[in-house]
Design a protein. Structure first.
Length: 361
């Protein structure tokens, strides 16, 4: 059986550190924690789990800090987590099984990253990461903000998931790092433009975000998945700017990179037509979104809501508008399977049952 070193970088994580460590402490063989300048009880809490605590002066570069944490690993494989990451009970079991059965010739194991969850326990954002890597390969982190691990060799995909449970959001922190890059005159890669656009969008600068996304799209280099989501995110910016025609144009532009439509685009196109009271076209796109399930081996972002409860909920509204009440009721019941206490779902259910008696056509 292989051995595992857990490596973490932390700073002022007293509210979440113990929660995360409790979910992996009985699985890993070593815990390495690199503190980058905590002023709260983070280090004190860390000492309850390990004596392998190290200190690193923060330079503003996450990749450098992560590489520092990897230096202290001594076991066969390195597992990295953030302080606000956890392994749910089912994933703890899966990781134990993976540890017991892993072929030592494997260089990296990818795991799902559930980066967002709704209040009903549904995953809102998921993607894959190389999460468990062979120490002797000496893989390095790159990137100033949204880091990536330069992995090669024998890579396998697992169904283990790490779940992100943040309780705070570092508003504008990453955006300021990108702005410093611009001030220094650093060159931007296609990847940089994509994530810079994301930071601008999330911090309320849609016009600037659109420019960054267009720069990503125009460059020949860069991951095609980033270009797909640059189109999707650009469309969201246009919607916020109340420019529905440019929004629709951006959504159809995404087809150039995905080759076939994806739920994230279809549901948005459905909403565009729904807003115009063009319910038949809206229904077409929402139903397409439901049929287009994400690939479990997909490495790029996946937003499960756009192929599950969300199109079902909107189809309930659209079918009601064209007086197909049975269909409306059926789709609301489907949405209820994912969000049983959602006020909108409960309202629709009550309305349809009281007004139409389960919706006779």
């Amino acid at each position: 059986m292989v051995t595992i070193s857990l490596c973490m970088i932390v700073k002022n994580e007293e509210a979440v550190l113990a929660r995360g460590l409790d979910t992996v402490k009985d699985i890993v063989d070593e815990i390495n924690i690199v503190d980058t300048g905590s002023t709260d009880k983070t280090v004190e809490i860390a000492k309850q789990y390990t004596d392998r605590i190290f200190y690193y002066e923060w330079t503003g570069n996450f990749a450098a800090a992560r590489n520092e944490s990897f230096k202290y690993a001594t076991k066969d494989y390195i597992l990295y987590l953030d302080a606000d990451d956890v392994l749910l009970e089912e994933d703890q079991r899966k990781l134990k099984e993976l540890k017991e059965s892993l072929d030592p010739s494997v260089d990296s194991v990818s795991m799902f990253y559930n980066a967002g969850m709704d209040s009903f326990g549904n995953v809102t954002l998921r993607y894959r990461r190389n999460r468990l890597v062979k120490r002797e390969k000496n893989f390095k982190w790159g990137g100033d903000v949204h880091n990536y691990l330069n992995v090669y060799g024998k890579i396998i995909n697992s169904d283990v998931a790490v779940t992100h449970k943040k309780i705070k959001h570092a508003v504008s922190r990453n955006l300021s790092i990108y702005k410093k890059k611009i001030e220094r005159g650093d060159s931007f890669s296609a990847r940089d433009y994509f994530y810079y656009g994301n930071e601008l969008r999330e911090n309320g600068h849609p016009e600037e975000a659109i420019k960054a996304y267009d720069q990503n799209i125009e460059l020949k280099e860069g991951w095609i998945e980033d270009k797909f989501y640059a189109c999707i995110n650009k469309a969201d910016c246009y919607r916020n700017l109340e420019n529905p025609e440019k929004e629709l144009e951006s959504l159809f532009q995404s087809f150039l990179f995905s080759k076939t439509p994806r739920p994230e685009a279809c549901s948005r196109i459905g909403y565009h037509f729904q807003q115009k009271s063009d319910y038949h076209h809206a229904i077409y796109w929402y139903e397409a979104a439901i049929e287009l399930k994400p690939d479990t081996n997909q490495w790029s972002f996946s937003y499960p809501a756009y192929s599950t409860w969300y199109p079902h909920l909107q189809l309930c509204v659209c079918y009601d508008r064209i007086k197909k009440y049975v269909k409306a009721y059926e789709h609301n019941e489907k949405a209820k399977e994912y969000r049983p206490e959602d006020p909108s779902v409960l309202h629709n259910k009550s309305y349809l049952e009281k007004t139409y008696g389960f919706g006779e056509e």
